[in-house]
Structures are given as structure tokens and as C-alpha cells.
Design a protein around this ligand. Structure first.
Ligand code: COA
Length: 317
């Protein structure tokens, strides 16, 4: 079958929804919507060279999709990313291979040295990555909590002296304190590629203004009036709640503030009618995994971050 690879047409709602359908089928633990996808393209920093590719048949059936670009905020230059998803019902006809080839050509043209890809821990997916010259690195878990049924830890009757909890919307006039926490937390999150958040405008563009960020469910912990920890929530506006980042300034870790902020957020989310909570953690992130176990989250899938040095030939099949 001949398969065409092209860029997503962000102004064509049917095209956008086809890509959302494939992403949801491939990774049901992520919150994905048409609005998020168009925002992903429109808010991307120019240095990311972010593209969303589509694999389709000559009669216009979308078989798969990939997003590819440069991790422009990594402390190591030349780190590219490609995440390819093929409709589970349309695997094995070459869409994944063509998506990967087109994405790698794009990365190489933008000066990438390495290509990183998240791959589900299923034999067929790992074999696909290895066949194309990729080698495994760190792994990460998707975790799920049945929020409707969970026995969440009780909220404390009184907060510790000097501690206050506020929703993120209280920082609407000046969210810079939350950027400062996010920058420190992101730098400390275990990762193969890393990220230095030093561009406040870029953070406003793609994090603070993210259409799924719920600023009433995102909870900030303050100590003596200073914002020091938060737990960020994204939702689908219906039943699904996802953690976007939980972070505490280094000087305030180990005092229970992340637990406090996330617990308040989960309680509010349940009261607002959300029934399922999702998150993703590096498999070596012991503090965050301990916190999520405390809430009752369970691992529902594992991915491995595979990498390939670009500029070398794909092994022959
Ligand atoms: C993860 C993070 C948010 C925790 O913040 P915190 O305010 O220190 O968290 P808390 O004090 O509320 O709780 C930490 C819990 O982890 C446990 N913990 C800490 N280090 C641990 C380790 N090495 N192994 C196992 N558990 C550990 C603590 O014992 C504590 O549980 P306890 O209250 O039962 O003792 C903070 O370390 C951080 O900002 N890290 C970088 C950002 C990050 O990785 N965020 C998660 C992204 S998915």
C-alpha cells in the first residue's frame, strides 16, 4: 500500500481529530484533545522546530502520527525527539517506519545529533525500536488512580504554622513564582535529556496558557507568604484529571508540602466530578513514586526512552 507522510493541517478539524483518535488509541493514559494538539503547534518555541506528522492512505485514511523536534531547552545541544504512534488496527503495513524516517530526516536537517523516542514496554514496540537502531535508556511509568473509588488521605484539620494553600488562579496577575518552582523542579526531575527552564515568556506560552491547565485545581503551597511548592492539574473538562508537574523548591523539600498540595488538588478534583487521575513518573523518581503510592496510584504501563545516534544507517531488516 502506498502511504503518504505529510504535516498535520491544524486548521482542518477533521485532520486534527484523526490525530487525536490515533494518539488516544496508542496512549490511553494521556489527556489528549483537539484544542491541546493545535495549541502544541501554535505555542511551540521556534527553536523546537516542532512538527506533527501524519501517515495516510491515498484515500485519506489516517494510519498514524508522529511528533518530532529539538529539545531546545536541554543543557546538551543537538537532542532531538520523535514519538510515533500507529493506529493499533493498522500496524504492520509500514506507516511507523515511514513516520520515523521522515522525522529523523527533519531532526538531522535541524542539526540534531541524537534522536530520542518513548517506546511502550511491549515486545513488538521494543523490537521495532531496536530494528531501527535505537538503544534503551531510562524508563518511566504511567500511573492511574481510580479517583471515584479511592480512599484519599484525609485533609489535615489545620495546616502547619505559616503554611497556606492557594489555587494557581490566585497568581494570575503574576505567575512568576510558579515559574521559579517549575524551573527548579524540572532541573531536578530524573531524565535522559534534561531541561533548563530559563525563558519565562516561553513558559507562559506553553505551560501557563496551556488550554488544559486547570488553575482552580492546580494547588500552590506557600510558607510565610512565599510560593514554594505546587501540584499542577490538567483535565479533559469531563472525567479525566492528569498531573502536569508536582514540584517543591529544594530548600523546602521533605516537609510534606508536595503531598499537601497534591492531596488538596485531588480532593478538589473529586468534588468537581473527576473520576480518574493519571500521572507519569521516571522509574527512578523515588520521592514522587512514594507520594503517588501513598495516594493509591498504581502503575498501568511502562515506557522506555530509546535513543539513536543520527547520521548512521538504519540496520538492514
Ligand atoms: C518529588 C518532590 C515534588 C517531592 O517534594 P517534597 O515536598 O519533598 O515531598 P513531600 O515532603 O511531600 O513527600 C516526600 C515523600 O517522599 C519520600 N521520599 C523522599 N525521598 C525518598 C526516597 N529516596 N525513596 C523513597 N521515598 C522517598 C519521603 O519519605 C516523603 O514521604 P513521607 O512523608 O512518607 O516521609 C520534590 O522532590 C521535587 O520537586 N523533585 C523534583 C521534581 C520532580 O521530580 N517532580 C515530579 C515529577 S513527575
Amino acid at each position: 500500500m502506498s502511504i503518504l507522510i505529510r504535516d498535520l493541517r491544524p486548521d482542518d478539524l477533521r485532520d486534527v481529530e484523526s490525530v487525536v483518535r490515533v494518539r488516544r488509541a496508542a496512549l490511553p493514559f494521556l489527556i489528549t484533545s483537539a484544542g491541546d494538539l493545535t495549541f502544541e503547534l501554535s505555542s511551540a518555541h521556534p527553536a523546537k522546530h516542532h512538527r506533527v506528522l501524519v501517515a495516510e492512505t491515498p484515500d485519506g485514511e489516517v494510519l498514524g502520527t508522529a511528533q518530532a523536534g529539538i529539545a531546545h531547552d536541554s543543557p546538551r545541544p543537538g537532542q532531538g525527539y520523535v514519538n510515533a504512534y500507529v493506529d493499533p488496527a493498522r500496524r504492520g503495513i509500514g506507516a511507523g517506519r515511514l513516520l520515523l524516517r521522515t522525522a529523523e530526516e527533519h531532526l538531522a536537517a535541524q542539526g540534531a545529533v541524537d534522536s530520542y523516542a518513548w517506546v511502550l514496554d511491549e515486545p513488538a514496540h521494543r523490537a521495532f525500536a531496536e530494528r531501527h537502531g535505537y538503544r534503551p535508556g531510562r524508563s518511566g511509568h504511567f500511573l492511574r488512580l481510580d479517583l471515584a473509588a479511592a480512599e484519599l488521605p484525609a485533609l489535615p484539620d489545620a495546616l502547619p504554622a505559616g503554611v497556606e494553600l492557594l489555587p494557581a488562579e490566585a497568581f494570575a496577575a503574576d505567575p512568576r513564582p510558579l515559574f521559579a518552582i517549575d524551573a527548579e523542579a524540572t532541573a531536578d526531575e530524573p531524565s535522559d535529556v534534561g531541561a533548563d527552564l530559563d525563558d519565562y515568556q516561553d513558559w507562559l506560552n506553553h505551560t501557563w496558557h496551556h488550554p488544559s491547565l486547570d488553575k482552580t485545581l492546580t494547588i500552590v503551597a506557600l510558607v510565610d507568604g512565599r510560593a514554594v511548592a505546587f501540584s499542577a492539574a490538567r483535565t479533559d473538562g469531563a472525567t479525566r484529571y492528569g498531573s502536569a508537574m508536582t514540584g517543591t523548591l529544594r530548600a523546602f523539600r521533605g516537609r510534606g508540602l508536595a503531598k499537601l498540595a497534591k492531596n488538596a488538588s485531588l480532593h478538589r478534583a473529586r468534588a468537581a466530578g473527576y473520576t480518574e487521575a493519571f500521572t507519569g513518573n521516571d522509574s527512578g523518581n523515588e520521592p514522587m513514586l512514594a507520594i503517588n503510592r501513598w495516594f493509591g496510584y498504581e502503575i498501568c504501563a511502562t515506557e522506555t526512552h530509546f535513543t539513536r545516534r543520527l547520521g548512521t544507517q538504519w540496520p538492514s531488516n
